[in-house]
Design a protein around this ligand. Sequence first.
Ligand SMILES: Nc1nc2c(c(CN[C@H]3C=C[C@H](O)[C@@H]3O)cn2[C@@H]2O[C@H](COP(=O)(O)O)[C@@H](O)[C@H]2O)c(=O)[nH]1
Length: 306
Amino acid sequence: MEEVRATSAWVAGCSTHVVVDSKGLEKVVDTIQGSIPKVEWDFEGIHYFDNGPLTVQYLFVLDALNFCFWPDKDMTYDHLASGLRAALRNDKSVFDADRLQKYTGPQLRELLKWPRPLPLEDERIRLLHEVGQELERNFGGKAANLVESCGKSAVYLVALITRHFPGFRDHSMYKGHQVFLYKRAQIFAADLWGAFKGQGYGEFNDIGAITMFADYIVPAVLRNLGVLRYSSALASIIESNKEISSGSEEEVELRACSIYAVEKMRELIEIKSGKKVLSVELDLWLWSFGIHCSSLQPHRTLSIYY
Ligand SMILES: Nc1nc2c(c(CN[C@H]3C=C[C@H](O)[C@@H]3O)cn2[C@@H]2O[C@H](COP(=O)(O)O)[C@@H](O)[C@H]2O)c(=O)[nH]1
Protein backbone atom coordinates (compact mmCIF):
# COMPACT_ATOMS: atom_id res chain seq x y z
CA MET A 1 0.00 0.00 0.00
CA GLU A 2 2.92 2.23 -0.64
CA GLU A 3 0.87 4.56 -2.84
CA VAL A 4 -1.77 5.01 -0.11
CA ARG A 5 0.89 5.83 2.46
CA ALA A 6 2.92 8.10 0.17
CA THR A 7 0.03 10.08 -1.28
CA SER A 8 -1.63 10.53 2.14
CA ALA A 9 1.64 11.84 3.56
CA TRP A 10 1.84 14.25 0.65
CA VAL A 11 -1.66 15.58 1.35
CA ALA A 12 -0.85 15.94 5.07
CA GLY A 13 2.21 17.97 4.08
CA CYS A 14 0.21 20.64 2.23
CA SER A 15 -3.13 20.39 3.94
CA THR A 16 -4.86 23.60 5.06
CA HIS A 17 -8.20 22.51 6.56
CA VAL A 18 -6.92 19.63 8.69
CA VAL A 19 -3.73 19.46 10.73
CA VAL A 20 -2.09 16.45 12.35
CA ASP A 21 -1.14 17.72 15.79
CA SER A 22 2.16 16.09 16.75
CA LYS A 23 1.77 17.05 20.42
CA GLY A 24 -1.71 15.55 20.55
CA LEU A 25 -0.42 12.43 18.85
CA GLU A 26 2.43 12.08 21.33
CA LYS A 27 0.01 12.47 24.24
CA VAL A 28 -2.14 9.61 22.97
CA VAL A 29 0.90 7.41 22.45
CA ASP A 30 2.12 8.22 25.98
CA THR A 31 -1.28 7.38 27.41
CA ILE A 32 -1.48 3.96 25.80
CA GLN A 33 2.14 3.17 26.75
CA GLY A 34 2.84 0.85 23.87
CA SER A 35 -0.09 -1.46 24.33
CA ILE A 36 -3.28 -0.60 22.55
CA PRO A 37 -6.39 -2.25 23.94
CA LYS A 38 -6.90 -5.48 22.02
CA VAL A 39 -10.20 -5.48 20.14
CA GLU A 40 -11.39 -8.80 18.75
CA TRP A 41 -12.60 -8.88 15.18
CA ASP A 42 -16.41 -9.29 15.33
CA PHE A 43 -16.50 -8.02 18.90
CA GLU A 44 -20.09 -7.08 18.03
CA GLY A 45 -21.10 -10.66 17.11
CA ILE A 46 -22.75 -9.60 13.84
CA HIS A 47 -20.75 -11.31 11.10
CA TYR A 48 -21.21 -14.63 9.31
CA PHE A 49 -18.39 -17.11 9.82
CA ASP A 50 -18.12 -20.79 8.86
CA ASN A 51 -14.35 -21.02 8.38
CA GLY A 52 -14.76 -21.70 4.65
CA PRO A 53 -15.13 -20.13 1.19
CA LEU A 54 -18.69 -18.97 1.84
CA THR A 55 -17.33 -16.64 4.53
CA VAL A 56 -15.00 -15.14 1.91
CA GLN A 57 -17.97 -14.60 -0.45
CA TYR A 58 -19.93 -13.01 2.40
CA LEU A 59 -17.08 -10.66 3.35
CA PHE A 60 -16.56 -9.59 -0.25
CA VAL A 61 -20.25 -8.76 -0.69
CA LEU A 62 -20.25 -7.02 2.70
CA ASP A 63 -17.27 -4.84 1.80
CA ALA A 64 -18.69 -4.10 -1.64
CA LEU A 65 -21.60 -2.47 0.24
CA ASN A 66 -19.67 -1.15 3.25
CA PHE A 67 -20.23 2.59 2.80
CA CYS A 68 -22.41 5.58 3.58
CA PHE A 69 -25.00 4.46 6.11
CA TRP A 70 -25.56 7.87 7.67
CA PRO A 71 -28.19 9.27 5.25
CA ASP A 72 -30.65 6.95 7.01
CA LYS A 73 -30.42 7.99 10.64
CA ASP A 74 -31.41 4.52 11.86
CA MET A 75 -28.99 2.55 9.72
CA THR A 76 -25.49 1.47 10.73
CA TYR A 77 -22.85 -0.96 9.52
CA ASP A 78 -24.28 -3.50 12.00
CA HIS A 79 -27.53 -3.73 10.04
CA LEU A 80 -25.65 -4.54 6.86
CA ALA A 81 -23.34 -7.15 8.43
CA SER A 82 -26.09 -8.90 10.40
CA GLY A 83 -28.68 -8.54 7.61
CA LEU A 84 -26.38 -10.21 5.09
CA ARG A 85 -25.55 -12.89 7.68
CA ALA A 86 -29.25 -13.69 8.21
CA ALA A 87 -29.82 -13.82 4.44
CA LEU A 88 -26.94 -16.26 4.00
CA ARG A 89 -28.00 -18.47 6.90
CA ASN A 90 -31.42 -18.68 5.32
CA ASP A 91 -30.19 -19.47 1.80
CA LYS A 92 -26.62 -20.60 1.10
CA SER A 93 -26.83 -19.58 -2.58
CA VAL A 94 -27.88 -16.01 -1.89
CA PHE A 95 -24.45 -14.61 -2.87
CA ASP A 96 -23.81 -16.87 -5.85
CA ALA A 97 -22.30 -14.81 -8.67
CA ASP A 98 -25.27 -15.31 -11.01
CA ARG A 99 -27.70 -14.11 -8.35
CA LEU A 100 -25.58 -11.10 -7.40
CA GLN A 101 -25.95 -9.86 -10.98
CA LYS A 102 -29.76 -9.83 -10.79
CA TYR A 103 -30.71 -8.17 -7.51
CA THR A 104 -32.97 -5.13 -7.63
CA GLY A 105 -33.21 -2.42 -4.99
CA PRO A 106 -36.43 -3.80 -3.47
CA GLN A 107 -34.91 -7.32 -3.39
CA LEU A 108 -31.81 -6.10 -1.55
CA ARG A 109 -34.04 -4.26 0.91
CA GLU A 110 -36.02 -7.45 1.43
CA LEU A 111 -32.82 -9.41 1.97
CA LEU A 112 -31.70 -6.95 4.66
CA LYS A 113 -35.23 -6.66 6.07
CA TRP A 114 -34.97 -2.90 5.68
CA PRO A 115 -38.37 -1.24 5.41
CA ARG A 116 -37.46 1.62 3.05
CA PRO A 117 -34.97 2.45 0.29
CA LEU A 118 -31.34 2.03 1.36
CA PRO A 119 -28.98 5.00 1.23
CA LEU A 120 -27.47 5.19 -2.28
CA GLU A 121 -29.50 2.13 -3.19
CA ASP A 122 -28.95 2.34 -6.97
CA GLU A 123 -25.20 2.48 -6.47
CA ARG A 124 -25.33 -0.47 -4.08
CA ILE A 125 -27.18 -2.49 -6.70
CA ARG A 126 -24.78 -1.46 -9.45
CA LEU A 127 -21.82 -2.53 -7.29
CA LEU A 128 -23.43 -5.88 -6.44
CA HIS A 129 -23.91 -6.53 -10.16
CA GLU A 130 -20.30 -5.56 -10.83
CA VAL A 131 -19.08 -7.99 -8.17
CA GLY A 132 -21.22 -10.83 -9.57
CA GLN A 133 -20.19 -10.22 -13.18
CA GLU A 134 -16.48 -9.90 -12.55
CA LEU A 135 -16.34 -12.83 -10.14
CA GLU A 136 -18.07 -14.95 -12.76
CA ARG A 137 -15.92 -13.72 -15.64
CA ASN A 138 -12.51 -14.10 -14.01
CA PHE A 139 -12.73 -16.03 -10.75
CA GLY A 140 -15.13 -18.92 -11.35
CA GLY A 141 -17.80 -16.99 -9.46
CA LYS A 142 -15.94 -17.28 -6.14
CA ALA A 143 -14.27 -14.58 -4.06
CA ALA A 144 -12.30 -17.44 -2.48
CA ASN A 145 -10.53 -17.97 -5.85
CA LEU A 146 -9.66 -14.29 -5.96
CA VAL A 147 -8.08 -14.55 -2.51
CA GLU A 148 -6.29 -17.81 -3.28
CA SER A 149 -4.66 -16.28 -6.35
CA CYS A 150 -2.88 -13.67 -4.21
CA GLY A 151 -0.11 -15.85 -2.77
CA LYS A 152 -0.80 -14.70 0.81
CA SER A 153 -0.14 -11.06 -0.08
CA ALA A 154 -2.62 -8.42 1.11
CA VAL A 155 -0.90 -5.88 -1.13
CA TYR A 156 -1.46 -8.07 -4.15
CA LEU A 157 -5.06 -8.71 -3.10
CA VAL A 158 -5.81 -4.98 -2.95
CA ALA A 159 -4.10 -4.46 -6.32
CA LEU A 160 -6.10 -7.30 -7.88
CA ILE A 161 -9.40 -6.06 -6.48
CA THR A 162 -8.84 -2.50 -7.66
CA ARG A 163 -7.75 -3.77 -11.09
CA HIS A 164 -10.87 -5.91 -11.59
CA PHE A 165 -13.60 -4.07 -9.69
CA PRO A 166 -13.88 -0.35 -10.55
CA GLY A 167 -16.20 0.23 -7.59
CA PHE A 168 -13.25 -0.40 -5.23
CA ARG A 169 -10.98 2.22 -6.88
CA ASP A 170 -11.17 4.65 -4.00
CA HIS A 171 -9.01 7.57 -5.07
CA SER A 172 -9.26 11.34 -5.48
CA MET A 173 -7.61 14.29 -7.15
CA TYR A 174 -6.06 16.76 -4.73
CA LYS A 175 -4.26 19.91 -5.89
CA GLY A 176 -3.60 18.22 -9.23
CA HIS A 177 -2.30 14.95 -7.74
CA GLN A 178 -3.91 11.54 -7.61
CA VAL A 179 -4.39 10.35 -4.03
CA PHE A 180 -5.11 6.69 -3.20
CA LEU A 181 -7.19 5.73 -0.19
CA TYR A 182 -8.52 2.25 -1.04
CA LYS A 183 -10.68 1.92 2.05
CA ARG A 184 -13.00 -0.93 1.07
CA ALA A 185 -10.36 -3.01 -0.74
CA GLN A 186 -8.05 -2.80 2.28
CA ILE A 187 -10.80 -3.50 4.79
CA PHE A 188 -11.66 -6.68 2.89
CA ALA A 189 -8.08 -7.94 3.38
CA ALA A 190 -8.26 -6.94 7.06
CA ASP A 191 -11.64 -8.63 7.50
CA LEU A 192 -10.23 -11.87 6.09
CA TRP A 193 -7.22 -11.60 8.38
CA GLY A 194 -9.43 -10.87 11.40
CA ALA A 195 -12.14 -13.44 10.67
CA PHE A 196 -9.75 -16.31 9.85
CA LYS A 197 -7.32 -15.22 12.58
CA GLY A 198 -4.41 -14.92 10.16
CA GLN A 199 -4.81 -18.50 8.93
CA GLY A 200 -6.14 -20.05 5.71
CA TYR A 201 -7.95 -17.39 3.66
CA GLY A 202 -6.77 -14.85 6.22
CA GLU A 203 -3.06 -15.60 6.02
CA PHE A 204 -1.10 -12.64 4.67
CA ASN A 205 2.65 -12.29 4.96
CA ASP A 206 2.39 -8.52 4.54
CA ILE A 207 -0.61 -7.53 6.67
CA GLY A 208 1.60 -4.76 8.11
CA ALA A 209 1.44 -3.00 4.75
CA ILE A 210 -2.28 -2.23 5.10
CA THR A 211 -3.11 1.29 6.32
CA MET A 212 -6.09 2.39 8.42
CA PHE A 213 -9.44 2.56 6.65
CA ALA A 214 -10.38 6.15 5.94
CA ASP A 215 -14.06 6.24 6.82
CA TYR A 216 -16.21 8.83 8.62
CA ILE A 217 -15.77 7.45 12.15
CA VAL A 218 -11.98 7.31 12.66
CA PRO A 219 -11.28 10.94 11.60
CA ALA A 220 -13.83 12.08 14.20
CA VAL A 221 -12.18 9.87 16.84
CA LEU A 222 -8.75 11.28 16.01
CA ARG A 223 -10.14 14.78 16.36
CA ASN A 224 -11.73 13.85 19.66
CA LEU A 225 -8.36 12.57 20.91
CA GLY A 226 -6.63 15.80 19.84
CA VAL A 227 -4.66 14.11 17.06
CA LEU A 228 -6.43 15.99 14.26
CA ARG A 229 -7.32 19.67 14.35
CA TYR A 230 -9.72 21.32 11.90
CA SER A 231 -9.84 24.88 10.58
CA SER A 232 -12.70 26.86 12.12
CA ALA A 233 -14.51 26.88 8.76
CA LEU A 234 -14.34 23.08 8.48
CA ALA A 235 -15.26 22.62 12.13
CA SER A 236 -18.40 24.69 11.71
CA ILE A 237 -19.43 22.81 8.53
CA ILE A 238 -19.10 19.50 10.38
CA GLU A 239 -20.75 20.74 13.55
CA SER A 240 -23.76 22.02 11.63
CA ASN A 241 -24.04 18.64 9.88
CA LYS A 242 -23.59 20.21 6.44
CA GLU A 243 -22.54 17.92 3.66
CA ILE A 244 -18.95 18.03 2.38
CA SER A 245 -18.65 17.15 -1.30
CA SER A 246 -16.87 14.04 -2.32
CA GLY A 247 -13.46 14.93 -3.77
CA SER A 248 -13.36 18.39 -2.15
CA GLU A 249 -10.07 19.46 -0.55
CA GLU A 250 -11.66 19.21 2.88
CA GLU A 251 -12.84 15.67 2.32
CA VAL A 252 -9.52 14.44 0.92
CA GLU A 253 -7.65 16.08 3.80
CA LEU A 254 -9.90 14.49 6.44
CA ARG A 255 -9.26 11.04 5.01
CA ALA A 256 -5.59 11.37 4.02
CA CYS A 257 -4.59 13.07 7.29
CA SER A 258 -6.25 10.22 9.21
CA ILE A 259 -4.15 7.68 7.32
CA TYR A 260 -1.01 9.74 7.89
CA ALA A 261 -1.79 10.24 11.60
CA VAL A 262 -2.28 6.52 12.22
CA GLU A 263 1.00 5.75 10.41
CA LYS A 264 2.75 8.32 12.62
CA MET A 265 1.12 6.86 15.71
CA ARG A 266 2.36 3.44 14.78
CA GLU A 267 5.92 4.76 14.23
CA LEU A 268 5.91 6.63 17.51
CA ILE A 269 4.66 3.61 19.47
CA GLU A 270 7.57 1.64 18.08
CA ILE A 271 10.11 4.38 18.84
CA LYS A 272 8.84 4.89 22.39
CA SER A 273 8.10 1.34 23.46
CA GLY A 274 9.91 -0.85 20.94
CA LYS A 275 6.58 -2.59 20.29
CA LYS A 276 5.32 -3.16 16.79
CA VAL A 277 1.63 -2.59 16.20
CA LEU A 278 -0.29 -2.90 12.98
CA SER A 279 -2.31 -0.08 11.46
CA VAL A 280 -5.16 -2.61 11.20
CA GLU A 281 -5.06 -3.05 15.00
CA LEU A 282 -4.91 0.69 15.61
CA ASP A 283 -7.82 1.16 13.24
CA LEU A 284 -10.03 -1.39 14.97
CA TRP A 285 -9.26 0.09 18.38
CA LEU A 286 -10.06 3.63 17.18
CA TRP A 287 -13.15 2.57 15.26
CA SER A 288 -14.61 0.52 18.12
CA PHE A 289 -14.00 3.47 20.44
CA GLY A 290 -15.79 5.71 17.92
CA ILE A 291 -18.95 3.69 17.55
CA HIS A 292 -19.41 3.70 21.33
CA CYS A 293 -18.87 7.43 21.65
CA SER A 294 -22.20 9.26 21.36
CA SER A 295 -20.67 12.74 21.23
CA LEU A 296 -18.76 12.05 18.04
CA GLN A 297 -19.34 14.36 15.09
CA PRO A 298 -18.52 12.56 11.82
CA HIS A 299 -18.27 14.42 8.52
CA ARG A 300 -21.06 13.92 6.01
CA THR A 301 -20.08 13.01 2.45
CA LEU A 302 -22.13 11.06 -0.06
CA SER A 303 -19.64 8.49 -1.24
CA ILE A 304 -19.54 4.91 -2.44
CA TYR A 305 -16.05 4.48 -0.98
CA TYR A 306 -16.70 4.65 2.77
N1 LIG B 1 -12.07 2.51 9.86
C1 LIG B 1 -13.00 1.59 9.91
N2 LIG B 1 -14.23 1.84 9.40
C2 LIG B 1 -15.17 0.87 9.48
C3 LIG B 1 -14.93 -0.36 10.05
C4 LIG B 1 -16.12 -1.09 9.93
C5 LIG B 1 -16.43 -2.47 10.43
N3 LIG B 1 -15.32 -3.32 10.48
C6 LIG B 1 -15.50 -4.58 11.14
C7 LIG B 1 -14.27 -5.33 11.25
C8 LIG B 1 -14.13 -5.91 12.48
C9 LIG B 1 -15.08 -5.40 13.41
O1 LIG B 1 -15.73 -6.39 14.12
C10 LIG B 1 -15.97 -4.48 12.56
O2 LIG B 1 -17.31 -4.83 12.53
C11 LIG B 1 -17.04 -0.27 9.30
N4 LIG B 1 -16.45 0.91 9.03
C12 LIG B 1 -17.02 2.14 8.51
O3 LIG B 1 -17.64 2.83 9.59
C13 LIG B 1 -18.72 3.63 9.08
C14 LIG B 1 -20.02 3.13 9.64
O4 LIG B 1 -20.40 3.82 10.73
P1 LIG B 1 -21.93 3.78 11.22
O5 LIG B 1 -22.73 4.54 10.17
O6 LIG B 1 -21.92 4.43 12.56
O7 LIG B 1 -22.30 2.32 11.27
C15 LIG B 1 -18.72 3.41 7.56
O8 LIG B 1 -17.91 4.37 6.93
C16 LIG B 1 -18.11 2.03 7.48
O9 LIG B 1 -17.60 1.76 6.19
C17 LIG B 1 -13.63 -0.64 10.60
O10 LIG B 1 -13.31 -1.70 11.14
N5 LIG B 1 -12.71 0.37 10.51
